[in-house]
Write a protein that binds this ligand. Sequence first.
Ligand code: BTN
Length: 244
Amino acid sequence: MGKQLVSLPSCHSTNDVMAQMSAKNQLHEGAIIITKHQTKGKGQRGNEWNSPAGQNLTFSIFLRPRFLKATQQFELNRMVSLSLLDVVKNFKDESRVFVKWPNDLILNKKKVAGILIENSISQNAISESIVGIGLNVNQTENLLPTATSLQQQFNKEFELEKILLDIVQRLEHYYLIMRSQDFRFIHELYESKLYLKDKVAYYEDGIGKFNGIIRKVYPDGVLEIEDEGGIYKKYQFKEVRLLS
Ligand code: BTN
C-alpha cells in the first residue's frame, strides 16, 4: 500500500478524487490520495468533515477486496478502525482508546478519527473500496466539544508522515489477515475494543430515546443493544445513535 501516492495541496474530498481516478482506471490497489486541505470533506450520514489546512491527516486508500462478499462489507470497517486504534494506542495508555460502532475512533471519550468507506459491488463481491480516513493530529483549536486530537491529548506535535506510514503498515497487516479468511481474530479484537460494550448509555433509535447496553456486533456489522426491559434490539448502521 502507498506505492502509488498522490499528494494534493487541496481538493474537495480525497474520496471523490479517488472515485474519479478509479473511473479512469488510473489507480492500482493500495494507492493513496492525500491532501493538506479538503474544501468539501465528507463525513458519515451525509455530514461534512471539516479539518483545518495542514494540521490533520485526510486521505483515502484504494482497495480491491474481491475476496469479500457483498455481505462482508463490515469486515473493512473493522480492519480500518483496528489499524487506527493500533497506531493511537501506541502513544499512551491503551485503556483510553476504543472503537465506537461502526467505526469512529474514541480517545479519552472523544472522537479523534472518522472513517468513510465507499464500496462498489459487482457479482456479489466488493470489487472496489475507497477507504477515507480523517485523523485529528495537530489541531488544537475549533474542535467540536465531542472531538479531540492527538496533540490535545498528548501535549506534543506529531509528524503527519510518520503517522500515515504507521497506519498504512497496520492496514496492510490486517488486510493480509483478512485475505487469508481469518475473520475470527479480527472479530474478537474489534469486540474487545468496542466503546461502551456492556455499559449503560443513552441511545436514540427510530422509536425514541432509551437507556441500553451494547451486547455484541454480529459478523455482518449489526449492532445488538439490550434495552432497560431486557429486550435485545438489532440495528443496522444509521438506525441508532449514542446520545451521551
Ligand atoms: C466520519 O463522519 O466520521 C467520517 C469522516 C471521514 C473523513 C475522511 S477525510 C478523507 C476522506 N475524504 C472525505 O471526504 N472524507 C474522508
